[in-house]
Ligand binder design. Sequence first.
Ligand code: SF4
Length: 143
Amino acid sequence: MKLLVSACLLGLPCRYDGGIKRLEGIGALLARHECVPVCPEQLGGLPTPRPPAECREGRVFTREGADVTAEFERGAQAALELARLLGCEAALLKERSPSCGCGVIHDGSFSGGLTAGDGVTAALLRAEGIPVYGEPRMGELSG
Ligand code: SF4
């Protein structure tokens, strides 16, 4: 099937710190599915590298307190449009991210704490009927 995939999981240097974090075993997924890379934060107009951001009380803030909710929402809409345009049936997303996190995200304290919830893009895709998988569930797609 065609899958929307967090671009950083494929090894693209789009993380907030400009770093790479290719998901181990991603080759099996690529062999089985057509993967469409997407970085919602870049699509939302944010630079790379960029200040780290976390969700708090329904909005997204950088560590310095800048409200970047609009950029995150713009990126989520773009990711949704891309998924629809290309016919993606599901999404495999990076865990804990304020955009891509599925089920568990950082808690807004910038201290490494976690809380239940979805990132902005994961929440929108889910609400629009696109199944989202956090990276620990990759085996369900590549097995
Ligand atoms: Fe990876 Fe998603 Fe963050 Fe982009 S927004 S760096 S794809 S986790």
